[in-house]
Write a protein that binds this ligand. Structure first.
Ligand code: HEC
Ligand code: HEC
Length: 171
């Protein structure tokens, strides 16, 4: 009797892990210093605009429906608290036109979770403005970027229509 044995040899090759585990490596992260190096952790110098609302000008949006940068000084308006949101005193849709500010867009008066309009009151999820909107500054980008935005039309370079886009084709 002959026994035929078939032996299948399966070889698994594990590629050597190429990750650099040296936390003190200068290649680590954008600040170009090791994680344990405390000497290089100071913030980069950048000037924020001192212009007051009404004196400033808006930058072109970074891309269609990007949250616009805040073009005016905001030092005196922070912090935003439950009882005091200075931003609303100019940007609320009922007030904005009279003070020459951009009114909050329709998306800020919509509750996306419950799928209904919030009427004249801003949606809770939009209350903390500086969570999404940051002031203009002259900070240089840490890495080069060749991104060029494309806008459907010229109006969208300075205005948003997110809610229309979301509802496009919906009946
Ligand atoms: C005293 C009124 C006033 C207050 C308060 C105010 N803004 Fe403004 N804001 C304006 C005006 C006016 C403009 C239009 C640009 C200009 O004339 O400076 C503007 C522009 C903006 C823009 C750019 C809009 C666009 O069309 O690109 C953003 C974003 C913004 N403000 C956010 C804020 C936030 C966030 C706060 C609170 C921290 C705030 N604003 C407080 C009056 C105000
Ligand atoms: C969760 C993020 C988020 C928060 C919080 C938020 N915004 Fe926005 N905002 C956006 C985005 C994204 C857009 C552009 C797209 C859109 O919604 O239409 C925008 C658009 C705007 C515009 C431009 C409107 C236009 O017609 O072009 C203004 C002005 C503005 N926001 C002010 C504010 C103020 C003032 C607050 C606080 C009361 C606030 N936003 C809170 C994300 C946010």
């Amino acid at each position: 009797m002959m026994k035929k044995k078939i032996v299948l040899a399966v070889s698994v090759f594990l590629a050597a892990c190429g990750v650099n585990n040296d936390l003190n490596s200068n290649q680590f992260g954008l600040r170009k210093a090791g994680l344990e190096n405390e000497n290089k952790v100071s913030l980069i110098e950048a000037n924020y605009t001192n212009l007051q609302p009404g004196e400033s000008h808006r930058f072109e949006r970074s891309y269609e429906n990007a949250p616009p940068l805040i073009p005016h000084a905001i030092e005196d308006m922070l912090p935003i608290t439950k009882d005091n949101n200075t931003c609303l005193s100019c940007h609320d849709k009922a007030i904005a036109k009279d003070v020459g500010a951009t009114p909050l867009p329709a998306s800020h008066y919509y509750d996306f979770r419950r799928n209904k309009k919030t009427g004249n009151a801003i949606s809770d999820t939009r209350f903390n403005c500086t969570q999404c909107h940051v002031p203009q500054s002259d900070a240089k980008p840490l890495v080069g970027n060749s991104f060029k935005p494309e806008f459907k039309n010229d109006k969208l370079k300075n205005h948003s229509n997110l809610i229309d886009v979301i509802n496009e084709g919906v009946k």
